[in-house]
Design a protein around this ligand. Structure first.
Ligand code: A2P
Length: 340
């Protein structure tokens, strides 16, 4: 089998670290690995296949002789360096949102639209994490019943905001052990958050990404915009509220979806039980349903709480959880590389 020269930009970050583990775990044919970070990582190294690999600083020469490069260092780095990588004939798999909606850039979830990857011109975008997890359950239902529109609320873990957010939650939990966090308490006032505008420990922030004129956040519109592109469904509509929750790892989404054709819970369960990359966990009588703690560290997403929606015509409500560092980021990116 041919082996590839691989680079990971952002290799020291939450997604980058996971990418290295996924490449190793799935025995991706890596011939050489270049791990790239900022000047802050100078002198650091990362582990890959029992080797210690020094982190290199990102430069215009980082992509020379590279076959595939994964970008997970944020939008600004992608905006500047993805074109540099393409110029150097490396194929870029980009985890940022910068290029996702560009018409010539495939946006791919391999279980849904693997075929789209074929028409790449040196760049394939990895979808938004919440969108990817929700679509893992919505798309099979769409194939069966034809989705029209959805209402959804997300419950997003702090690791989606990177390593600093994980530390921020840990610190705030420790601080709160000294004095409970209530409005106006010493801890509330002192915990000057760095990553989020408010304390995240023991709190919920109905605020993920920046606000748009419409009142939605950018994150909230990704489900509709990216969902249309991935499912090839230009009329798909999604009204979403994205919420950051004090969970370390794994996002969950509560979805109510309206379909063109009549639905039944039995048929929906049958469809979801067979869907690739998804597990049906739906035994409410036994307290079995998907949860962040049960999917954290797992490749497959889980879906449950499937019921006929009481507000929609031909509607289903369900709950889906998935590890956003895996299916929502690193795993999906490596699956795209496997397609290539
Ligand atoms: P570094 O650790 O050297 O700062 P996270 O999403 O967990 O916050 O991680 C962000 C990743 O993006 C890290 O690997 C970080 O590297 C990397 N990164 C951030 N800024 C730059 C930059 N200017 N050049 C290269 N890598 C960067």
């Amino acid at each position: 089998m041919k082996a590839y020269h691989i680079a990971v930009v952002g290799a020291t970050g939450a997604v980058g670290q996971e990418l290295l583990r996924v490449l190793e775990r799935r025995s991706f044919p890596v011939s050489t690995l270049r791990v790239i970070g900022s000047v802050r990582s100078a002198g650091k190294s990362v582990r890959f296949r029992d080797q210690s690999i020094p982190v290199q600083e990102l430069t215009d020469r980082s992509f020379d002789k590279i076959d595939i490069v994964f970008f997970s260092a944020g939008g600004e780095i992608s905006r500047k360096y993805v074109p540099v990588a393409c110029q150097a004939d490396a194929i870029a798999i980009d985890n940022s949102s910068v290029f996702r909606m560009e018409p010539h850039v495939p946006l791919v979830i391999p279980e849904i639209n693997a075929e789209d990857a074929r028409r790449h011109r040196g760049l394939i975008a990895n979808p938004n994490c919440t969108t990817a997890i929700a679509l893992m359950a919505l798309y099979p239902l769409h194939r069966a019943f034809g989705v029209r529109r959805t209402f959804a609320a997300s419950y997003q873990a702090v690791s989606g905001s990177g390593a600093r957010a994980i530390n921020e939650l840990t610190q705030q939990v420790k601080d709160a052990a000294q004095e409970p966090l209530v409005s106006g308490s010493r801890t509330d006032r002192q915990a000057t958050p760095q990553v989020y505008p408010h304390p995240i420990a023991f709190n919920l922030l109905p605020h993920v990404d920046s606000f748009l004129e419409s009142g939605y956040t950018k994150e909230e519109m990704k489900f509709q915009d990216e969902g249309r592109k991935i499912m090839h469904l230009p009329e798909f509509r999604a009204s979403v509220t994205c919420v950051r929750v004090p969970v370390y790892r794994a996002h969950s989404v509560a979805v109510s979806a309206e379909f063109e054709r009549p639905v039944s819970v039995e048929h929906a369960r049958e469809v979801l039980a067979k869907a690739p990359g998804l597990e049906l966990v739906d035994e409410p009588q036994n307290n079995r349903y998907p949860m962040p703690l049960s999917v954290a560290g797992k490749d497959n997403c889980e879906v449950g709480r499937i019921r006929v929606d009481c507000a929609f015509e031909n509607g289903l409500s369900f709950w889906v959880s998935g590890d956003q560092l895996l299916k929502g980021a690193a795993l999906n990116a490596v699956q795209i590389a496997e397609l290539l």
